[in-house]
Design a protein around this ligand. Structure first.
Ligand code: D5M
Ligand code: FE
Ligand code: ZN
Length: 482
């Protein structure tokens, strides 16, 4: 059982989802939990549920500034949008699919990530691999991972390459901390290494990722709702739940508190898999309710068209949508989705895209690469995409592994490099909600509106359906529609 939930359970206290998500993001959840338990017990309650409201109450007493910072919920009479597209690759796709492009692509990836790594003070004096002579006490290099494998004796070998040469880096398993770190290294990422040169090898003493600094959180005087993986057109699309969600966002559904939250929503971000598509996997026809891609988007237009027009909807494609499959995926093509395009408040962008929502930098990525990360790295799974997002932020790349399940276009420039650290990273694809605040960045996976498919049964993927994360002026809330 999860540590926080377990702590409360041992005291006979249940914990509501929203309260749990808020606790988990705090700096020191363990000690806050202990204080809360004492407080609940001192109120005489034998069996209690810890709700989000109780957390509000708790912090009002102990930290009135925090609650005040969130401000009152009011529906603004007229909305001013300060919406900006910082990076959209829809019209910047230059690949012709030639081998030369692939070399250019890897060069671009290497130089952008090397650039970020070179800024680390530890790697200031790094040297070209070809210049390593041996005899130096400590060497410092930056390279792309060509291969990573374990030896018979369970040490790890990382084959590193830069633009001058190649070298094998050894990580000894007696160096527990470093060995653990090396388990998360994947092919085609770019890392820095400190070590000593011994014959043909460099024995590593430290490994560096480009990394992320702790960022200053952005104040928000509005809320943002996040959804993904709607899968309209599939028999397993949960239309009733989706209609309830639309009613909620329009202010026609839910408790008083939920309705005022809806009124505060200014942006709705949709991170791909809007429709189920056709021919995505073998035998998909049997699970389709609508077997024509145009009609699927017609239906999407009908459903999204009901959302009140003073919300800006930002929409990117996923692997089920009708854009090209290779990432970066250009925006959903208008020719397939005419009616959807006639809805004035939808912005159609590429996957991935970086936007500014009234100053809040939001990086939106569908999440196809999570399949590769979950398969390649011990300890990463579809259930905890927040941990995958953490790893991708440190690697500063949305899809580091080339040539597995995630098709990547050989663009002249690598658009999946995370140049700028966002305030929010919003993803989908795994169909399982996740949330974590990491170094000040909100990592959000928005789950799905599709119940478990036959394919997901085989992989034992249990989706979280109709649960919508809403960032309420900086505080995460999870709403349920079923
Ligand atoms: O993905 C729905 C779910 O299925 C999501 O949890 C990822 C998983 N999935 C999809 N494709 C694969 C492959 N090729 N390997 C492993 N897991 C996968 P969706 O994009 O909605 O079909
Ligand atoms: Fe999906
Ligand atoms: Zn998907």
């Amino acid at each position: 059982m999860n540590e926080i939930i377990g702590k409360f359970a041992r005291e006979g206290i249940l914990i509501e989802d929203n309260a749990y998500f808020r606790l988990r993001e705090m700096d020191d959840p363990a000690s806050v939990s202990s204080e809360l338990i004492v407080k609940i017990k001192s109120n005489g309650g034998k069996f209690t549920v810890l709700t989000s409201e109780m957390l509000d109450e708790f912090f009002e007493i102990d930290n009135p500034a925090e609650i005040k910072a969130r401000g009152p919920l009011m529906v603004p009479a007229e909305r001013d949008f300060d919406f900006e597209v910082i990076s959209d690759t829809s019209n910047r796709s230059y690949t012709s699919g030639e081998i030369g492009d692939m070399i250019a692509y890897f060069n671009s990836r290497y130089s952008s990530l090397k650039n970020l790594l070179s800024k680390r003070p530890e790697l200031k004096g790094h040297m070209p691999i070809a210049d390593l002579r041996g005899g130096e006490d400590v060497v410092s290099i930056i390279g792309m991972v060509n291969d990573v494998r374990s030896t018979k004796n369970n040490h790890r070998i990382i084959e590193l390459e830069d633009d001058t040469g190649e070298i094998s880096v050894v990580v000894h398993n007696e160096n527990h901390k470093l060995f653990e770190k090396s388990e998360k290294i994947v092919r085609d990422e770019v890392v820095g290494v400190h070590g000593t040169k011994k014959g043909r090898f460099v024995v590593a003493s430290e490994i560096f990722h480009p990394g992320v600094p702790r960022i200053q959180e952005k104040e928000m005087d509005f809320s943002v709702a996040f959804i993904s993986d709607v899968h309209i057109g599939s028999q397993t699309f949960l239309e009733d739940a989706f209609m309830k969600f639309v009613k909620w966002i329009n202010g026609d559904f839910g408790s008083e508190e939920q309705r005022s939250l809806a009124a505060d929503v200014k942006y709705l971000v949709v991170a791909g898999d809007i429709v189920d598509g056709i021919g995505i996997y073998p035998g998909q026809e049997k699970e389709l309710l609508i077997r024509d891609i145009h009609e699927q988007y017609e239906e999407a237009a009908r459903l999204f068209g009901d959302i009140r027009s003073d919300i800006k909807i930002v929409m990117i494609p996923g692997n089920h949508d009708s854009s090209r499959i290779a990432e970066p995926q250009p925006a959903i093509p208008e020719e397939y989705a005419k009616s959807l395009y006639s809805i004035r408040n939808i912005e159609f962008l590429s996957n991935p895209s970086l936007v500014s929502l009234d100053g809040v930098r939001t990086l939106i990525y569908h999440g196809r690469s999570f399949d590769d990360m979950a398969m390649s790295v011990n300890g990463l799974s579809h259930e905890r995409s927040d941990l995958i997002m953490e790893e991708l932020l440190e690697k500063r790349h949305l899809a580091p592994i080339y040539g597995e399940r995630t098709p990547l276009a050989s663009e002249i420039e690598d658009h999946l490099v995370i140049d700028e650290v966002p305030h929010i990273l919003h993803t989908g694809h795994v169909h399982i909600n996740a949330y974590k605040k990491y170094k000040g960045v909100h990592l959000i996976n928005s789950g799905t509106f599709q119940s478990q498919t036959e394919f997901q049964k085989i992989y034992n993927i249990v989706p979280t359906c109709g649960q919508v994360p809403v960032l309420n002026r900086g505080v995460m809330k999870l709403l349920e529609f079923s």
